[in-house]
Design a protein around this ligand. Structure first.
Ligand code: MRU
Length: 347
């Protein structure tokens, strides 16, 4: 991967014709740097290392990973084998967000090493289509979901489900953006989202740049603000939604959902249909990524935990569907989601 500095307007990823450039989210909010990836291996590394993160963004990046690899190996006698290795390598990068596997499957379905067009330009066209469709889905979710947020609402969000987590606009943050675009005075309470600080570093950055009122809290403050009547709604994204509506999202989301339920505050999940995994009847089989101890014991070059202590770092948790007030997808809003209601969205 080559890096280059860029101070232009924020774009999560961009296609250059022979490579994909990913905004390096590890360096935000201090630096805006793009990482150039010209192979599936480079994209897989970027996903694993959190250069790009957020379920829809991971899926779109993986699609570009397939496209760059198809260009890289085109015409080689072993191109088909190389592409199978690329699919496997991309699929092994992160386990929880199903958008990754959805995008790889969609790209694989269009690939044919025997057909020069399906081995090259069709792959680029499909990746570009996946990127455009993600933005369109986010805009549609925004249109559906904005109606759920009243004028003046104080909305709590967890992690980053904004433009940075998608190809643009965002899911949960997209709904907030759409409500603001309608003229509503929305203010956002941003959970910092320990341990990787996606809320403090990424969501807060997006909101401040746009002038949407935002207040940062530590995750442990959410219950207090709900108890004192300072939260009107919660909206989060998702990494994988089972057929019954059980929702995997960033660690800490379940805690927020329980608190919202206790206080009678609506808890909304916004996610594209590519995040729904109909193969899993409920959330119990969703694979939960366990990340490194270093993310908990410190951050970047800072270390604060006592040496020798055991550490757990599950990166996601599962919120039962019963705690979800409504699921917002590009196909519409499902109140009190369950298996039957989600199945009704299939066509
Ligand atoms: O570990 P991350 O940063 O990839 O986790 C991201 C989240 O959990 C997001 O909330 C989720 O992917 C939804 S993004 C639209």
């Amino acid at each position: 991967m080559d890096a280059e500095t860029d101070t232009a307007a924020v774009v999560t990823m961009r296609w250059t014709g022979d490579a994909v450039e990913l905004l390096d989210q590890r360096l935000l909010p201090e630096q805006v740097v793009y990482v150039r990836c010209a192979s599936a291996a480079a994209v897989a590394d970027a996903i694993r290392d959190m250069v790009v993160r957020g379920a829809p963004a991971i899926g779109v990046a993986a699609a570009f990973g397939v496209a760059v690899e198809a260009l890289r190996v085109q015409g080689r006698p072993d191109a088909g084998v190389a592409m199978e290795e690329a699919f496997a390598r991309l699929a092994a990068s992160r386990p929880t967000a199903v958008n990754l596997f959805w995008a790889i499957d969609r790209m694989r379905a269009g690939y044919d090493p025997q057909d020069p067009r399906r081995a090259t330009e069709a792959m680029v066209a499909e990746a570009l289509a996946i990127m455009e469709q993600d933005v369109a889905a986010n805009r549609a979710m925004g249109a559906h979901g904005a109606a759920l947020l009243p004028d003046g609402a104080r909305v709590l969000t967890h992690c980053n489900a904004g433009a940075l987590a998608t190809a643009g606009w965002g899911t949960a943050l997209g709904v907030i953006r759409s409500a603001v675009a309608q003229g509503k005075a929305i203010s956002v309470i941003v959970d910092e989202t320990r341990p990787y600080l996606q809320g403090a570093r990424l969501t807060a950055w997006e909101l401040v740049r746009e002038g949407i009122p935002a207040t940062l809290i530590t995750d442990s403050m959410a219950g207090h603000l709900m108890a004192t009547g300072e939260v009107d709604a919660v909206i989060v994204g998702a990494d994988r939604i089972a057929a019954n509506g059980d929702t995997a999202n960033k660690i800490g989301t379940y805690m927020v959902a329980v608190l919202a339920g206790h206080h009678g505050i609506p808890f909304y999940v916004a996610a594209p249909w590519s995040t729904v995994d109909l193969a899993l009847p409920d959330g119990s089989a969703i694979p939960i990524e366990e990340r490194s101890a270093e993310e908990v014991t410190g951050f970047r070059d800072q270390h604060w935990a006592a040496g020798g202590v055991a550490v757990r770092n599950p990166a996601f948790d599962v919120t039962p569907a019963a705690l979800v007030t409504a699921l917002i997808t590009e196909r519409g809003v499902v109140h009190a989601p369950d298996t039957a209601q989600i199945a009704a969205l299939i066509d």
